[in-house]
Design a protein around this ligand. Structure first.
Ligand code: HEM
Length: 459
């Protein structure tokens, strides 16, 4: 069966473009080949990219038996090991999601609200007037603390500090397009000693795993320290034969949740602050909405604000942190949008290109939160968290976090961009992040009695 058309340039050239300039390359392809095309990346099977809501709906609503996803995610194996949810398929994947879903959804997620506000206020209270700081560093500190709290029930202490430093350093392995190449190219993954890039990566990963092992042992030896955090939940989980999860499994899963649970949200927040400071009219409208709340509102009330929600949605639309959903490998012959695909074809729902369809999002390059108030988008038109059986496990936590961090900060602090240098989307591993992390300056506290609206709760 013939695959859809796509670029004819050499596969290595296509890979370099995909790593170095993902958004531009997607735009180029969409312009030339429409909303379904095939990319041929060096070292990968042909990949069919789909940026059509009907096609995406058919993929997301197909039964899990039609696609393998875990085996297409093999690039994350060096990051999180063999036992993480990203690599699972079938009944094991289903069971893992059932175990991990409750702490990330419903009432449980709402219970994190107060501590998200507190953590945010603690980080922001260290900002000094007129002293520039990098928004992404601040948001990463906040989201890492939140996820550590969720997973381990701790966001302070010596082990927390060690994990925080090691993780931040380790993540920098993918901190630029050149360094991201390590993850895309198996032949670069050679350990040539502690000073070689891959050698450093492997050693740092081992150190983080040692700390995770220590945390597991401490919790296991002291049942009174077990609470309703995710590690405690996993420690009490058993498989069909009544066996507990092995330490290796626990560590791989903890590592993947730690990583996925803060890196993406930190980037989304940095973009949000960029847009709010770049477009004063958007910020003004947001402040008016927040100021209209009663004093000391419940954080959940804040999270329901329509314009705040629209600002977060537009942030995730215009530069989706993760530009494509996981690749789906057809397990059998399948038809999508009336096109025939043989078994083993790899199909990829394209988040970025769908979010820039002019028929859905007119003037798509413009940041306009109002579009989310004027129109209801389907999960196949707006899909920053992917969809179907692989829908992001942490989407509810991520959305709550974005809203509360933004509201806590803008209601109390006056910020501005530290300079007018252009900020471009840049690859960072599987994500796309603002090129310079968004330098900001705090110019003072807001002079309004609402200034303590959110933060006041935590003081
Ligand atoms: C703005 C923040 C975030 C964005 C944009 C994002 C995006 C995504 C996307 C696009 C996928 C792939 C879904 C698919 O292919 O259908 C995914 C999967 C996943 N995300 Fe997120 N994510 C975010 C935050 C989080 C958080 C806070 C967690 C916390 C645990 C998390 C955990 C996961 C996990 C475990 C998966 C794999 C799910 C599976 O394989 O079943 N993510 N995410």
């Amino acid at each position: 069966m013939k695959l859809p058309e796509g670029p004819k340039t050499p596969a290595l050239f296509q890979l370099i473009k995909w790593i170095a300039r993902p958004f531009e390359y997607l735009e180029e392809c969409a312009e030339k080949y429409g909303d379904v095309f095939t990319m041929r990346l060096f070292g990968f099977p042909p990949l069919v990219f789909i940026a059509n809501p009907q096609g995406i709906q058919e993929i997301f609503s197909a039964d899990a038996k039609y696609f393998d996803v875990g085996r297409s995610n093999y690039l994350v194996r060096p990051l999180f090991g063999d036992n993480c949810i990203f690599l699972m398929d079938g009944s094991r994947h289903k069971k893992e999601r059932k175990l991990l879903m409750p702490p990330f959804h419903g009432e449980k997620v709402k219970s994190y609200a107060e501590s998200i506000c507190e953590i945010t206020e603690k980080v922001a209270s260290r900002w000094e007037i007129d002293r520039p700081f990098i928004a992404r560093d601040a948001t990463q500190e906040i989201t890492l603390k939140v996820i550590m709290q969720t997973i381990f029930g701790l966001s302070e202490g010596e082990r927390y500090q060690q994990v925080k430093l090691l993780l931040a350093d380790w993540l920098n392995v993918t901190g630029s397009p050149a360094r991201s190449s390590f993850l895309f190219s198996k032949f670069l993954q050679v350990d040539l000693g502690a000073w070689s890039p891959w050698g450093k990566f492997v050693r740092q990963r081992r150190k983080i795993y040692d700390l995770l092992q220590a945390e597991i042992e401490e919790k296991r030896a002291n049942p009174e320290k077990q609470g309703d955090d995710i590690l405690s939940l996993m420690l009490s989980a058993t498989d069909e034969d009544g066996q507990p999860m092995s330490d290796d499994w626990l560590k791989d899963e903890l590592m993947s949740l730690l990583f996925a649970g803060h890196e993406t949200t930190a980037t989304a927040l940095a973009w949000a602050f960029y847009w709010l400071e770049k477009l004063p009219e958007v910020k003004e409208k947001l402040l008016q909405e927040i100021d209209s709340l009663e004093e000391n509102p419940d954080p959940i009330e804040i999270s329901r604000l329509p314009y705040l929600t629209a600002v977060c949605q537009e942030t995730l639309r215009i530069y989706p942190v993760v530009p494509i959903a996981f690749a789906r490998i057809a397990k059998q012959y399948i038809e999508i949008m009336g096109r025939k695909f043989a078994a083993e074809t790899t199909l990829i729902p394209v988040i970025y290109s769908t979010h820039h369809r002019e028929d859905l999002y007119p003037n798509s390059k413009q940041f306009k939160p109002e579009r989310f108030l004027d129109r209801q988008y389907t999960p196949y038109e707006f899909l920053p968290f992917g969809g179907g059986v692989r829908l992001c496990l942490g989407y509810a936590l991520a959305m709550l976090e974005m809203k509360l961090v933004i509201a806590t900060i803008v209601s109390k602090y006056n910020l501005k961009l530290a300079n007018n240098k252009p900020i471009k989307p840049m690859r960072r591993g599987a994500t796309v992040t603002p090129s310079n992390g968004v330098p900001l300056v705090m110019t003072g506290l807001r002079e309004t009695k609402k200034a303590d609206l959110v933060a006041g709760k935590s003081n």
